[in-house]
Design a protein around this ligand. Structure first.
Ligand code: PTJ
Length: 271
């Protein structure tokens, strides 16, 4: 399918380009069809959060990186959406934090696993755990395809980064005592609530920020990293994220003139 050209001055350029990356990923079988729906839900929450990294999300990102740097065996779980949107950053973060990449799909098909492996290889990935030709073990608490994990990866991990997850798996990973870090634009999702650290941010912003922080923080002492993690409260982070959404909605509802202005601007755009 031909990629559409988005004019450089289009007011929704970033959002449309991200959508194109997901569609292209779907054409390549990297993204599941349900991944298109998941992306749409993410877009809606991103709109509500203001389509930017909030101070809260920035703090959570710092905590997430500190936990990965402190971990004995961190692992980054990769699904179709994450791979399609930030393949380069997944590989870079994996190298910076010594966290292997493990493919773990809800809608498993071998063609998808192969397509994800190819896309990550193009971004410089050397090894992918969790593939069908590797040994596997199961998370007994889980019934979906995600129950299969790599014994050298998630099976042995103390800290797992699970971006854009479904709630069941985060809960299951918690019951087997993993420290779970996630990226989820919906602060009310089960994944967001059950995780130890939730970056309420778009993965297209949070992964590059994780890479930047991993570079900046890699020489911090264990004590300094531990303090960053210990001072953090994820429930507070989620409650405040919901408040940001309410504040944004309240600002729109109380400013009728800005809505009228927006409407007039769109009329001019259409001419
Ligand atoms: O590739 P697979 O087969 O493993 O399937 C991946 C999906 C994403 C389809 C699967 O994990 C799934 O169904 O996820 P859910 O239950 O739809 O949850 C995805 C969550 O990610 C939702 O809470 C969305 O709001 C959120 N989300 C979607 N896009 C983004 C996002 N959060 C951050 N950045 C995004 N770009």
């Amino acid at each position: 399918m031909a990629k559409i050209e988005i004019p450089p001055d289009h007011p929704r350029k970033v959002s449309l380009e991200t959508r194109e990356a997901i569609i292209e990923g779907h054409d390549l079988q990297v993204v599941a069809t349900a991944g298109l729906l998941a992306h749409g839900r993410g877009e809606a929450f991103d709109y509500l959060i203001g389509e930017k990294t909030t101070e809260l999300a920035e703090k959570a990102t710092r905590v997430a990186v500190a936990a990965m740097l402190l971990a004995k065996h961190p692992v980054i779980s990769v699904n179709g959406n994450a791979c399609a949107l930030v393949p380069d950053e997944l590989v870079e973060l994996s190298e910076l934090t010594n966290a292997p990449l493990e493919v773990n799909l809800f809608y498993y098909r071998k063609e998808r696993e192969d397509a994800i492996k190819d896309m990550l290889a193009k971004s410089g990935m050397k090894e992918l755990l969790g593939t069908h030709d590797r040994p596997s073990e199961t998370i007994p608490e889980l019934k979906s395809n995600r129950r299969k994990v790599d014994p050298d990866g998630i099976g042995a991990a103390d800290v797992v980064l699970v971006p854009l997850e479904d709630g069941d798996r985060t809960q299951a990973l918690k019951t087997i005592d993993k420290y779970v870090i996630t990226i989820d634009l919906n602060p009310m999702s089960r994944t967001a609530v059950y995780s130890d650290v939730t970056m309420v941010d778009n993965i297209i912003r949070s992964l590059p920020l994780m890479v930047q922080f991993a570079k900046e923080m890699k020489d911090l002492s264990e004590e300094e990293l531990r303090k960053i993690v210990d001072d953090y409260d994820n429930d507070e982070n989620l409650a405040m994220s919901v408040r940001i959404i309410m504040k944004n909605l309240d600002a729109i509802a109380s400013d009728v003139s800005s809505l009228r202005k927006k409407k007039n601007i769109s009329k001019v755009d259409e001419q």
